[in-house]
Design a protein around this ligand. Structure first.
Ligand code: NAD
Length: 353
């Protein structure tokens, strides 16, 4: 791929390759935009088929973090790291410490955290060598309850926009995937009096939910066509696509999964079908909001208050969409871009501190 052309097109700042010959550590960090603050984004360890595949992934993910952090109202830019390797073979204390030293060498322009195939245990080693790592056991811990709380607040805002009331009492919500986030989401929904339908491919995760709550279980391939008010994707990406859209009977889509739309034009197809879509990176930002609190000095209540604001942010997105006649996905991008550009201007003059 023509990397500089791509970087110029989407305004990237930095793409850094690194290699450690002792441990075999091999990776790429991408810093997309640091207008709002240091670039924060997790580290993904994946056995990429080619170097190009890894570069495309890190570029795409880093830019996604810029939008997510900006839309969440955080003073963070967007970045990401991908490590190339087999997660079952490469991990060791030395591997993670070598990575930590490399993160430190970026001098705070990039802050890392967990992502696919990287754990809290791994980050404990990274912490031995750098000041720029978050998502730690000793502070903010598992982000999933915060993500779930944010999705719950965002679902209420989306229902207010669609149905005129933000109460979920008596509404039917179909939750796809009851893993880390889905479980806590179901808890919030049941507590508010919603009727919950779930599907998962792991029986143990279904059992955990049915043991604790009164829900209806359907087969994984039935969840799209379930008679419901809200579909909450909390499993995989791209579950809104040409095959699933004709099956939907819901009026709202609001869930935790990343990259819910298979293609951007599916936002318009949903709109035409009368389904209100809560843009994924706005509604699922509770985890990153919680991690950001770790940088400021961890405070549980403060993290929760900030997560609750996802409600207002989504109402703002829906307002922009209506005013400008664009989809909610496009409106979310506009909201994020506007914040970045406004802050750029606010900081144009010198003030001694
Ligand atoms: P998880 O792996 O703990 O849970 C996912 C669940 O989905 C699992 O129980 C899995 O068995 C189930 N699943 C997989 N394929 C399925 C299918 N075809 N049909 C039904 N169920 C299926 O993951 P998680 O941490 O709960 O995250 C859920 C989603 O939210 C992911 O897309 C993730 O990227 C996104 N997300 C998570 C967080 C977080 O804080 N954990 C933050 C932002 C976004």
């Amino acid at each position: 791929m023509k990397k500089f052309d791509y970087m110029a097109k989407y305004g990237y700042e930095q793409l850094v390759y690194f290699y450690d010959k002792e441990t075999g550590l091999k990776g790429i960090t991408c810093i997309h935009d640091t207008t709002l603050g240091p670039a924060l984004g997790g580290t993904r360890l994946w056995n990429y088929a080619s170097e190009d595949e890894a570069v495309v992934d890190v570029l795409r993910l880093a830019r996604g973090m810029t939008y997510k952090n900006a839309a969440a109202g955080l003073n963070l830019g967007g970045g990401k790291t991908v490590l190339i390797g087999d997660a079952s073979k490469v991990k060791s204390e030395a591997y993670w410490r070598a990575f930590g030293r490399y993160v430190q060498s970026l001098n705070g322009r990039y802050i890392t955290a967990e992502d696919v195939n990287t754990s809290v245990d791994d980050m404990d080693y990274v912490l031995m060598e750098t000041d720029y790592v978050t998502g730690l056991r000793k502070t903010s811990g598992d982000p999933s309850p915060f993500t779930a709380y944010g999705v719950y607040c965002g679902m209420k805002a989306t229902c207010k926009e669609k149905f005129g009331s933000d109460s979920l009492k008596g509404l039917k919500v179909a939750v796809q995937g009851v893993g880390h986030v889905g479980y806590y989401l179901v808890k919030h929904l049941i507590e508010e009096g919603a009727e919950v339908i779930i599907a998962d491919i792991k029986q143990e995760n279904i059992d955990k939910v049915t043991n604790d709550f009164n829900v209806t279980v359907v087969n994984p391939d039935e969840i799209y066509g379930v008679e419901c008010d809200v579909y909450a994707p909390c499993a995989l990406g791209a579950t809104v696509n040409d095959e699933t859209i004709p099956q939907f009977k819901c009026k709202v889509i609001a869930g935790a999964a990343n990259n819910v739309l298979k293609e951007l034009h599916h936002a318009k197809v949903l709109e035409d079908k009368g389904i209100l879509y809560a843009p994924d990176y706005v509604i699922n930002a509770g985890g990153v909001i919680n991690v950001y609190q770790e940088i400021l000095g961890y405070d549980y209540d403060e993290a929760r208050n900030k997560t609750r604001k996802i409600y207002d942010r989504l109402l703002e997105v829906y307002q922009i969409a209506k005013e400008e006649g664009i989809t909610t996905a496009e409106a979310a991008d506009k909201m994020a871009e506007k914040r970045i550009n406004t802050m750029k201007n606010v900081r144009h003059n010198y003030i001694k501190r």
